[in-house]
Design a protein around this ligand. Structure first.
Ligand code: ADP
Ligand code: ASP
Ligand code: MG
Length: 477
């Protein structure tokens, strides 16, 4: 295994951290603070906030032959990027070159959108190409803004280093070739004292652009950190860290000061948007600490994700929720108790590349939850060959995570009595023993989160949770 390079810190800035000139300047000053500590930052940026969704809307418009709408959307994005560039870059030569770069990217994008609307068909491969412009543009913009702030930055086209398979829309990185590419292209920059800046989320397969899946910039940061065996990975976002639940739903949510790799992975997988589910893996493999930090409140210490957090007196660290799920009930009418029934069921999901979130079984039936809508009709048709199938959408999964659930007797009773007013379907206590999950109707999620949060975070353990923030908020009332 490669030697750790303690001085390298991979810093990932999400969409809100590069949303406009003010945010990009904040980001530059955060990077400068790491340079002052003699660290070597490698910066990974997301597209400016909402740009990915907007590009997907442009691609969809083109796909339904609405060329005008697609180009209108692209025009508005062009203006936003050009305006931000002009606000940030004062040096005339640097600004001219940046503007040329932005125009060139948008001209290419417009050609692509025209091509899509001419054929009226959007393939996953072209969709990845369209959506990649978000990170391509933001990374070029941020590199120039850093240079303007006297940070010696060099742009790296992520597609030359994040090499993946050709699973468009959710491509898998190839660790070995990535390590070689990063060592050849990025390490020499670091060694020369430069700050490499690259887009997250995007990669390539044999020269064709791919993406790692929504929220994938976190994953890029972890891949880079893992491959180069960095000293730390920092995920800069718009909240103070991993919170006890989504603060948009429960404003009283508290920052979790430290959390284990396993707990964070479980939370990310079960819906806590603050981290991409795959983020943790490359970090775990090399035991690299991951910090989740707030770019709008850079002095806050955030959340540290590590292999060995201190013990926690509360059973749970955080509660995640994942919406837009479907429950599929599969009843083995004709193959009652038949040997191999479950294997046949899972083989069908596998064939359609559809991940299952949760499973519960009875003697003659199995219920599973999935989040893929597109594959549903085909999956149900295949399942219909071996069983009776019913499915119900608009479901949500709530997942309580904590290493200290282990050995707590009566914990399920406390969970379900606190949400006695909510209709619960399918319950599972994960084999990992660090999560408890169940399904509810989508419209009940917010209320259930509020009730659970009130119940389990009324007296939080101050070594693990930032209760000072709660006290300060009360003082301000
Ligand atoms: P970025 O653009 O920086 O990647 P995201 O929007 O992907 O940011 O993730 C940050 C958001 O995740 C927060 O604004 C918050 O609403 C949401 N979130 C959901 N669950 C949690 C949680 N447990 N802790 C913190 N944030 C959470
Ligand atoms: N821009 C991409 C998205 O919105 C990737 C990311 O931000 O992590 O999904
Ligand atoms: Mg994100």
């Amino acid at each position: 295994m490669s030697q750790p390079r303690q001085n390298i810190v991979v810093m990932k800035f999400g969409g809100t951290s590069v949303e406009d000139a003010t945010a990009i300047l904040r980001t530059a000053s955060i990077v400068a603070s790491r340079l002052r500590k003699n660290l070597n930052p490698i910066v990974v940026v997301s597209a400016m906030s909402r740009v990915t969704d907007t590009l997907l809307a442009a691609a969809a418009a083109a796909g339904r032959n609405d060329r005008e709408e697609a180009l209108k959307i692209s025009d508005a994005l062009r203006t936003r990027h050009l305006n931000t560039a002009a606000e940030l870059v004062k040096d005339p030569d640097r600004l001219t070159s940046l503007q040329l770069n932005i125009h060139h990217d948008f001209d290419t994008l417009d050609d692509l959108l025209r091509g899509i609307s001419a054929v009226g068909e959007l393939t996953p491969r072209t969709s990845d190409n369209v959506v990649s412009f978000g990170e391509r543009l933001s990374s070029v913009l941020v590199t120039a803004a850093f240079a303007q702030q006297s940070i010696s930055s060099t742009h790296v086209d992520a597609r030359t280093v994040i090499l993946t398979d050709n699973h468009y829309g959710k491509a898998a990185p190839d660790e070995t070739t990535i390590e070689v590419a990063l060592t050849e292209q990025v390490l020499p920059l670091v060694d020369r004292g430069r700050v490499p800046v690259m887009g997250g989320f995007i990669g390539s397969c044999n020269g064709i652009t791919t993406t790692l899946g929504r929220g994938g910039s976190d994953y890029t940061a972890a891949i880079v950190g893992g491959a180069l065996h960095a000293g730390a990975i920092e995920i800069w976002t718009d909240v103070n860290g991993i919170m006890t639940t989504d603060p948009r739903i429960v404003p009283e949510a508290l920052r979790v000061k430290t959390i284990s790799f396993e707990e964070a992975a479980e939370l990310a997988y079960f819906g806590a948007k603050v981290l991409h589910p795959a983020t943790i893996l490359p970090a775990v493999q090399k035991n690299i600490p991951v910090f989740v930090l707030n770019s709008r409140n850079a002095d806050n210490e955030g959340t540290m994700i590590t292999a060995t957090p201190p013990p926690c007196a509360s059973p749970f660290k955080s509660i995640a929720a994942k919406k837009k799920l479907t429950i599929i009930d599969i009843v083995a009418s004709r193959m009652l108790l038949a040997h191999g029934f479950l294997a046949a069921v899972f083989a069908i999901f596998d064939k359609h590349g559809c991940a299952i979130d949760m499973v519960s079984t009875s003697e003659i039936s199995v219920s599973v939850t999935v989040d893929s809508k597109e594959a549903l009709p085909a999956i149900c048709a295949d399942l219909g060959q071996i069983a009776d199938v019913k499915y119900e959408g608009n479901k949500a999964l709530i997942c309580l995570v904590g290493e200290d659930i282990r050995g707590q007797s009566g914990i399920s009773g406390q969970v379900f009595s606190s949400i006695a007013h909510v209709n619960v379907r399918m319950i599972s206590q994960g084999a990992s023993e660090i999560n408890m999950s169940f399904m509810v109707n989508e419209e009940d999620v917010d209320e259930a989160l509020r009730s659970l949060h009130k119940k389990f975070f009324a007296n939080p353990d101050p070594t693990i949770f930032d209760i000072e923030a709660r006290v300060a908020a009360m003082d301000n009332v």
